[in-house]
Write a protein that binds this ligand. Structure first.
Ligand code: ADP
Length: 302
């Protein structure tokens, strides 16, 4: 499993990762979700020893990455699919990696087949690969040593919908056999379909974590009425918190309670239902909006 404890990374006065703690468990796909610039890559780079932490630490299979004798056999890593040697062919990259790990050439063919790179594709230089092909090659490299843990940074970038489905099935199968998968994404829906557990990060801090089911269940109730002012007053009187969505109200209470309040206030409802992830989506949109505001501010300052 992967354990991250109170990880902090500062660049001068700027805190890129701020006291981040979470665990990714065997048999589960853990989605690491956050808008661009939230601190996902930095956290993952620290995990695999590429960036030193300012404080805190990360463990993979009970040890720091640097203390693993043959890391490739324990952790498969895909951090930046475009960072592969552009002048080598896909097959050469896999062969070099296999030799470093002490694995036979047969394993290379097996992996090429597993990620559906044809012999003609694997014989081409990586500079001529599409981003999707680079991602497949990166995943093949990560899987090469048959590790128990996978750490993948934005592996779905550049994959078409069929590619995303392929990756989802591959990671599901891997986790079902007891593997631990941590994958990052800046897209909520992409991660929602793949992950069992979610860790949500914004501006370097963890803002939510739990099983996907838990996070979706805390969404409250969506309610619609033609008489919003009366319903809003009744919700305030009942001490229920709510927020407007584009064309409805989202209330922090279950549908039964919201229905009772509306009935007591004599308000006719046009819709009343569990919000199914609307809370998660709203939270994520707020995080994304904050990040964009920051970018704008930086833009103005520049
Ligand atoms: P994400 O992967 O979530 O998009 P990153 O971890 O790449 O986010 O970046 C988090 C923040 O840290 C960003 O604001 C980024 O600009 C900053 N950052 C990353 N690397 C460095 C660095 N080497 N020096 C200064 N700031 C950095």
């Amino acid at each position: 499993m992967i354990k991250v404890q109170s990880l902090t990374k500062k660049y001068g006065g700027f805190t890129a990762v701020d006291d981040v703690s979470f665990t990714a468990r065997p048999g589960r796909v853990t989605g690491f979700l956050g808008p661009n610039g939230a601190g996902k890559s930095t956290t993952m780079r620290i995990m695999v020893g590429l960036t030193p932490a300012t404080s805190g630490h990360a463990e993979v299979s009970g040890r720091r990455f640097a203390d693993l004798p043959n890391p490739g056999l324990e952790v498969g890593v895909l951090l930046d699919a475009s960072a592969q040697h552009a002048g080598r062919t896909g097959r050469e990259i896999l062969t070099v990696a296999a030799q470093t790990m002490g694995l036979g050439r047969g394993r290379v063919d097996e992996m090429l087949e597993r990620v559906s790179l044809t012999p003609s594709e694997s014989g081409r230089r990586v500079r001529n690969y599409s981003l999707g092909m680079r991602q497949r090659l990166g995943i093949a490299t990560a899987l090469l040593g048959d590790p128990e843990v996978l750490i993948l940074d934005e592996p779905a970038n550049g994959l078409d919908p069929a590619g995303i489905r392929w990756m989802r099935d591959l990671l599901r199968g891997y986790a079902d056999q007891g593997g631990t998968v941590l994958l990052s994404s800046h897209l909520l829906h992409e991660i929602e379909v793949i992950a069992d557990d979610l860790v949500v990060i914004g501006q370097g801090r963890i803002v939510a974590q739990g099983t996907k089911a838990e996070l979706l269940a805390t969404a409250g109730t969506l309610v619609r009425t033609r008489d919003v002012p009366t319903l809003a007053r009744a919700l305030v009187d009942a001490d229920l918190e709510f927020s407007p969505t584009t064309d409805a109200l989202r209330v922090d209470a279950d549908p039964d309670r919201v229905g009772q309040v509306a009935l007591a206030a004599g308000v006719a409802l046009t819709e009343l239902r569990a919000a199914d992830g609307a809370g998660l989506e709203e939270m994520f949109l707020e995080l994304t909006a904050d990040t964009q505001r920051d970018h704008n501010r930086e833009g103005v300052a520049a």
